[in-house]
Design a protein around this ligand. Structure first.
Ligand code: ZN
Length: 127
């Protein structure tokens, strides 16, 4: 567990979001492959934490990962890798936790994907 200075926080949050983006893409393909081939057993998904080049894997059924994948602010991480300054825990399991991005890290996701924002805003008139 390392501490990140407050002056570096914005930069850290920004880089963290992009790193997770990459890992998420890898996991998305694992999940798609599992669905395609009807794999019913656990698959080794990558930890989607904010650490660069984290190599931890989490064995998980694709059906369990799928709803996490569909929530753009939610990520799958091993319990030790939660970064409290950029995310909060929404689900705790034995081998993994589901975190939801908050603050700057969440804004970064919106900036990287401005087009998907409106799709989720259906039913919420806010022009
Ligand atoms: Zn990790």
């Amino acid at each position: 567990m390392s501490c990140v200075g407050a002056h570096r926080f914005m930069d850290f949050a920004s880089r963290a979001a992009r790193n997770e983006e990459f890992v998420r893409e890898v996991n998305r393909r694992i999940e798609e492959g599992a669905q395609l081939h009807g794999v019913g057993s656990a698959m080794p998904f990558h930890c989607e934490c904010a650490q660069h080049f984290c190599l931890e894997k989490i064995d998980l059924d694709a059906q369990i990962y799928e709803p996490i994948l569909s929530e753009r602010y939610r990520f799958l991480v091993v319990p030790d890798h939660v970064v409290a300054s950029v995310e909060r825990i929404v689900e705790t399991h034995e081998t993994f936790v589901v975190v939801e991005k908050v603050g700057e890290a969440r804004d970064q996701i919106d900036r990287d994907h401005p087009q998907t924002r409106h799709r989720a805003a259906e039913g919420a008139p806010d022009e």
